[in-house]
Design a protein around this ligand. Structure first.
Ligand code: NAD
Length: 323
């Protein structure tokens, strides 16, 4: 697939992963429309789309007429979502309105306005819940640990249904924790590493909750590459894939690496896992993503050390725009 001149829609395009994808698409010559409702508490940031010819449509997928924005697109990267786990627990109706009900609205609009478009849907490893065995492959039973996991699973399944019943080429990528430039670092809403990076850049100690849990953090450029390949590889269409990162590391190891890369005064303190979060915590996770590697030749290219280094370098001169 060539991206040159192709009209591409990225929902959630002003957010962390969506905006990185928009920039990559522009570099490949695509005509990019970023649709975003700038939802409170999410990763949307006008700075994410700065200095690139990206058409930004501000709109809420829960209520806007989605046909216009779909018109003429040949690929839809569908990343708009309510992503907060605690937010989903506190207000499950608002959570399902975005992650499931509005997905059905988008599916219906795309049927009319972009019947042939390939859709790559951003899904999550969250709804596997606590891993029955590591690494987690796509056959592990789904057992969402929280309301956000339920709504994200429902959204994914509506899209896969669209493939099965109507033949739309849909790929769902179940992502693990992602990080890198344009991450929301103001707080820990997006990932623990966001607030860690902020604290390090501000010269403050960050908190590590728990510690021995394993995570396979994926650097955003590797995630972007996975999205592009998923769209461009017909053999992926109609399938669901886990996307992981480089070899897993414990939270303590990640914290130690961050401190050693940043140098003094970077430091951290270890705290007990907060009780309200422990109830929805999934423990250790790392993905078995061999199916996607086999289908596309993809593999994560950026090591944890390189990714942390690049993230610090990227945010240092831009900190004010992200606080
Ligand atoms: N970042 C990760 O580690 C990670 C992990 C697993 C899955 N995902 C999935 O990837 C996708 C992107 O995540 P992200 O980390 O970039 O989050 P993000 O919050 O930065 O991006 C989501 C974007 O969607 C927008 N949005 C939310 N509701 C909307 C609505 N009703 N109408 C229009 N726009 C709306 C938000 O404003 C935000 O800009 C999500 O679907 C998320 O579930 C991300």
């Amino acid at each position: 697939m060539t991206w040159q001149g192709r009209r591409v829609l990225v929902t959630g395009g002003a957010g962390f992963l969506g905006s990185n994808l928009c920039h990559a698409l522009v570099q490949r010559g695509a005509r990019v429309v970023a649709l975003d409702g700038f939802l409170f508490g999410g990763g949307a940031n006008p700075a994410n789309l700065a200095d690139a010819p990206i058409e930004l449509v501000r709109g809420d997928i829960r209520e806007m007429d989605l046909r216009n924005v779909c018109e003429g697109t040949s690929v839809i990267f569908n990343l708009a979502a309510q992503t907060s786990h605690m937010g989903g627990q506190n207000d499950p109706l608002a959570d399902i309105a975005v992650n499931a009900v509005a997905q059905v609205r988008l599916i219906q609009a795309a049927r009319e306005a972009a019947p042939d478009a390939v859709v790559v849907h951003a899904s999550t490893r969250q709804f596997y819940g606590r891993a029955q065995k590591l690494p987690v492959d796509e056959n592990q039973p789904v057992a969402p640990p929280d309301a956000n996991g339920v709504s994200k699973f429902a959204g994914e399944q509506y899209w896969m249904l669209e493939h099965r019943v109507r033949g739309r080429p849909v790929v769902s990528l179940r992502l693990t924790n992602c990080y890198g430039p344009r991450l929301r670092i103001r707080d820990a809403r997006q990932t623990f590493l966001g607030i860690w990076l902020r604290c390090v850049l501000e010269g403050r100690a960050f908190e590590v909750w728990g510690g021995p849990q394993l995570r396979d953090l994926t650097y955003v450029d590797d995630v972007t590459e996975a999205f592009l390949l998923a769209a461009a590889t017909p053999g992926c269409h109609g399938q669901i894939f886990n996307i992981g990162g480089p070899p897993p590391a414990s939270l303590h190891d990640i914290a130690d690496l961050l401190v050693s890369i940043a140098g003094p005064p970077a430091r951290y303190v270890t705290r007990e896992f907060p009780a309200d979060r422990a109830t929805i915590d999934i423990g250790s996770y790392h993905a078995d993503d061999r199916a996607f590697r086999t289908a596309t030749g993809w593999e994560p290219k950026v090591s944890l050390e390189q990714g942390i280094r690049r993230s610090l370098e990227w945010f240092r001169p831009r900190l004010a725009e992200y606080l």
